[in-house]
Structures are given as C-alpha cells and as structure tokens.
Ligand binder design. Structure first.
Ligand SMILES: C[S@@+](CC[C@H](N)C(=O)[O-])C[C@H]1O[C@@H](n2cnc3c(N)ncnc32)[C@H](O)[C@@H]1O
Length: 286
C-alpha cells in the first residue's frame, strides 16, 4: 500500500466511525506512523510502505476510531506553535486556550518589558505558562496543579522548550501550593469549569480521555473560580492583572463573582469561534 492509499483507507475508517476531523486525523496518524514530514507525505504519495509501517498505522487508526484522541495516541499536541507532551494526567491543550495566552501576552507587553512574575493556576501540561515564558524572555513563572502527574509532565515540557530555568512547578491546591511566595504581576488560569451534571454528555474523546480533575467545576461549574477569587487579591501586586478562561455563557456569573472580590473586570476576549472565552480583571486603584 502507498502513502496515498493508506491515507484514503484511514480517512474512510475514521469517517465511518464518526470522527469529526477524519481527514486531518488520518493525515496526522499516517505522518507519525510512516515517520514522514508534511513535505515528504506530498512528495512520496506513491511510495509503497512496509508491512510494519502499515500495521503501526492501522493500530493507531483503530484506537482513534474508538474515540481515543490523536494527541493521546501520538503522546503530544501542538499548542502556540510548540510541541507539548501530554499524558492521561494532563488535559489535551485546546486551541481555545490560545486566546488566554494571546490576551495575557498583550497585557504583559503593555506592562512593559520587565521581569514579570506570572502564576498559572491549574497548569496541566504547562502549555499556558510555557508559551508565555517562551514569548517573554525576562519573565519568570510558577505553575500549580493538584495532580502530581501533570506537574511532572509540565516540568518535562518546560525543559523541552528551554524555559525550565525561569519556571517552577508546584503540586497542591490553588494558592496552598504557593504559600510564602511574593505577589505576582499576572495570574492566569484555565481551571476546570464544566458543571458536574454535563460531564456525562461530553464527547467520548473528552469524557473518557481527559482527566476528570481537569474538567469538573463542581455543581455549577464555577467552584474553582469562587475559591481562586476569594484569595486572588492577596497574590497580586497592586496594579496586577488576572486572566481566566471561562466556559460558554459563564461571563455573567463570573462578573458577579469578580464584583464580590476586590478586583475590577477590565476586558474580555472571544475565541476564534466568537465565544467569549477569556475575562481579564485588575487589582488596584480605579
Ligand atoms: C482545564 S485544565 C487546564 C490545564 C492547562 N492549563 C491547559 O489549559 O491545558 C485544569 C487543571 O486544573 C487542575 N486542578 C484541578 N483542581 C485543582 C486544584 N484544586 N488546585 C490546582 N489545580 C487543580 C487540573 O488537574 C487540571 O490540570
């Protein structure tokens, strides 16, 4: 079978299994299985593949067909143009979360090219903090996660992207993990925000493969925000900013929670699908 033939066969298998982005996923699996670059896939479209390579691709396609995400099968995912290791302990980084990185980066640049201190609450694979540090050469940061397995992965990702000297990762629950740390200039967070009752109706890729700790935001979906907002001001410098990713339609509830904290909502950002995805708040004099 040639590259083109296995590509077609894989795509048909994934389409028949109801995989949403069957063509893209087929390309990613064949590219990995045959160890080819995108350019080699095009140039070598008629090249016959060995039985061993075909077996490998077929095994990966069978896993995808029953709902395992491509990132889990490949052990990695691209985010903000960087390759991140992911495991069953980490949320599969989503393109929507790049909105959080872009908004935090805009704020960081407006704050000046100084040695900003950044805190990332619920760091998972470390994708948000590491992406920010890769763009801000003078910044340092701490990533916190309650899941020790995720923290191990975030440390590996920081090393892989050359920011380990400016990033520290700690295991613990929200601010408990950073007791004694000086306040931060920027706090970013993509906490779990799905209401508990909605988890069962999520796509198989999500509910069976993303860690429940990364998904469930308690009964209302807002539990993590409530806990974080209660103490946020103690961990921000005066003049500091916090940016949260939120779920679809959570902005009004979030605005109410921010009103009860000593912070001021100052901006919000939509993702590429037009859904309001990031809220930004300010701590200091108005
Ligand atoms: C939605 S995921 C976000 C992961 C990563 N920041 C991203 O955007 O891909 C939420 C993360 O919060 C972590 N988490 C859940 N409860 C936590 C808690 N009480 N304290 C710290 N982290 C927590 C989860 O383990 C998970 O890694």
């Amino acid at each position: 079978m040639t590259v083109d033939e296995i590509l077609l066969k894989t795509r048909a298998l994934l389409q028949a299994a109801g995989v949403e982005n069957a063509a893209l996923d087929a390309r990613l699996l064949v590219r990995e299985g045959a160890s080819l670059s995108d350019a080699e896939m095009i140039a070598g479209a008629q090249t016959p593949l060995s039985r061993e390579v075909i077996d490998k691709i077929e095994k990966m396609s069978a896993r995808r067909a029953v709902g395992e995400p491509v990132s889990r099968i490949l052990g990695g995912r691209e985010f903000w143009g960087l390759a991140f290791k992911v495991t069953p302990d980490t949320l599969d980084p989503r393109p929507d979360t790049e909105t959080l990185v872009a908004a935090a980066l805009k704020r960081a640049r407006e704050m000046g090219d100084k040695a900003l201190r950044i805190l990332d609450l619920g760091t998972g694979s470390g994708c948000v903090l590491i992406s920010l540090l890769s763009e801000l050469p003078h910044a340092t940061g701490i990533g916190v996660d309650i899941n020790a397995g995720a923290v191990a992965v975030s440390c590996e990702n920081a090393l892989a992207h050359g920011v380990a000297g400016r990033a520290d990762f700690k295991v613990g629950s929200w601010f408990e993990a950073i007791r004694g740390e000086a306040p931060f200039d920027l706090v970013v967070s993509n906490p779990p925000y799905i209401p508990r009752a909605n988890i069962e109706s999520l796509a198989v890729d999500v509910k069976n493969h993303d860690p429940i700790l990364a998904l469930s935001g308690g009964e209302t979906g807002l539990e993590a925000y409530k806990i974080i907002l209660k103490d946020l001001k103690k961990h921000l410098v005066c003049g500091g900013y916090a940016l949260f990713e939120i779920g679809k339609g959570q902005e009004k509830d979030l605005a109410r929670l921010v009103e009860d904290s000593a912070l001021t909502l100052c901006d919000s950002y939509a993702d590429l699908g037009g859904i309001l995805r990031v809220v930004e708040m300010y701590y200091g004099e108005n």
